[in-house]
Write a protein that binds this ligand. Structure first.
Ligand code: HEM
Length: 390
């Protein structure tokens, strides 16, 4: 998509089956979309993955839009993301990060090298499942069956993989019955596996039947999976490191598509109602007109030349959380969790790559979030006296 933007400019259309998709790759056009035209682009197309794995569109981030989406988003913000709720659940996050540090210390004693992707994923899943069903599956203090936890973890990876995949039915609805590649079948299987862990856990915690139509179940579950998805990052200096990471590697290179609900004029072009919209955040955040040496990791730019740039959608040159009224409602919360983990980790350990000069392979996988495909092997060594890890 980036190469197409170099050839055709910051605004052009492509065909995806029966749909026309408007691709936007500049901050100027993004600003035009998310200010004057925002109300016309709050809907998302009704994709197959959201139906089959999102409880028939009940997971509101994937709900097309309208009164249900508005109400669910409002309740989530006030009940789950407002300052009060994260404050009440603080002990779980802090407790798990502390356990994580102690376990890393033990690993260091055994073998010095650790694979961080698995560690971050385990940490996040522990936090998520403690919040939703009151038990954790990995590491010290685990009460759940680890095998079951691993299956759930794999299910979440598949969930995000498929949420970022357009299948034949999305592109050409009347050919959907063919299910070429068996993606729909695999989505239904993923949905069953995730549901299974949640159902048992929910029953044992709440003593009542789990019903996937209950709003509190799936909203908690959804928020939790996002905590996991958001954790792709590798503080005055801390925030700068996090901002620069989110600039170079936004978790969603092209956030979930939107759909125009009215005819519009964007960048001087007429855009008819029902056109799909995709914003290439990756391209915008590497625009050399705004970001000198765009492919270099230079956190110091956020302490000097770009110190007033905000990541929460106010600057259209930096949109890791998306833009407009459908942007991520958990930007502050997400940033807080990343900082907590990063700062604790950096305080407790020196971290380097096994050969020190090795370049880290950041090749992303396919899916809604750009999960790094290869393992992240690092050498850790403690910075604090042993008593701090006991
Ligand atoms: C670094 C962390 C995170 C990043 C970069 C991020 C990024 C995003 C992006 C790009 C979108 C799509 C916005 C659009 O369509 O324009 C989004 C949506 C969303 N995010 Fe996040 N997110 C993060 C963490 C979280 C966390 C921790 C939660 C919840 C606890 C969360 C909850 C949501 C929800 C509910 C939506 C859907 C909003 C809607 O459709 O109305 N995110 N996020």
């Amino acid at each position: 998509m980036g190469a197409l933007a170099d050839k055709y400019g910051p605004i052009f259309t492509i065909r995806v089956g029966v749909h026309t998709v408007l691709l936007v790759s500049s901050s100027e056009v993004a600003k035009e979309l998310f200010t004057a035209n925002d109300v016309k682009v709050t809907f998302r197309p009704a994709l197959v993955a959201a139906k089959l794995m999102g409880y028939n569109y009940a997971l509101f981030p994937f709900n097309p839009g309208g009164p249900y989406w508005r109400e669910a988003r409002k309740i989530s913000i006030s009940e789950l993301l407002s300052n009060r709720r994260p404050e009440l659940l603080k002990h779980i996050r802090i407790g798990e990060v502390e356990t994580f540090i102690k376990e890393l210390y033990k690993a260091w004693k055994d073998r010095k090298t650790v694979e961080m992707k698995q560690w971050f994923s385990d940490l996040n899943l522990n936090v998520l499942l403690r919040i939703i069903i009151g038990k954790k599956y990995f590491g010290a203090g685990a009460v759940g069956d680890e095998k079951k936890g691993r299956r759930f973890q794999e299910g979440i990876t598949m969930l995000f993989h498929y949420l970022g995949t357009l299948v034949l039915r999305d592109a050409v609805p009347f050919l959907g019955w063919m299910d070429v590649g068996g993606h729909e079948k695999a989505m239904k299987k993923t949905a069953r596996e995730l549901d299974n862990v949640l159902e048992n856990g929910y029953k044992s915690m709440n003593g009542r039947e789990y019903d996937c139509r209950q709003w509190d179940c799936y909203s908690c579950y959804d928020m939790g999976t996002r905590i996991i998805a958001g954790q792709t990052v590798s503080i005055k200096k801390g925030p700068a490191i996090v901002k620069e990471t989110l600039r170079l590697y936004p978790p969603a290179f092209i956030p979930g598509p939107r759909q125009f609900t009215e005819d519009c004029t964007i960048g001087g072009y007429h855009v008819p109602k029902n056109t799909w919209l995709m914003v290439n955040v990756w391209k915008i955040q590497r625009d050399p007109r705004v970001w000198p040496e765009p492919t270099e990791f230079k956190p110091e730019r956020f302490l000097t030349t770009h110190k007033n740039f905000d990541v929460r959608g106010r600057n259209f040159e930096l949109l890791p959380f998306g833009g407009g009224r459908r942007a991520c409602p958990a930007a502050s919360y997400g940033l807080h969790i990343i900082l907590l983990t990063l700062v604790t980790l950096l305080q407790a350990f020196e971290i380097s790559t096994p050969t020190d000069a090795a370049i880290i392979d950041m090749t992303p996988g396919i899916g809604l979030t750009n999960m790094k495909t290869t393992p992240l092997e690092v050498v850790v060594s403690p910075r604090l006296p042993p008593c701090c890890y006991e």
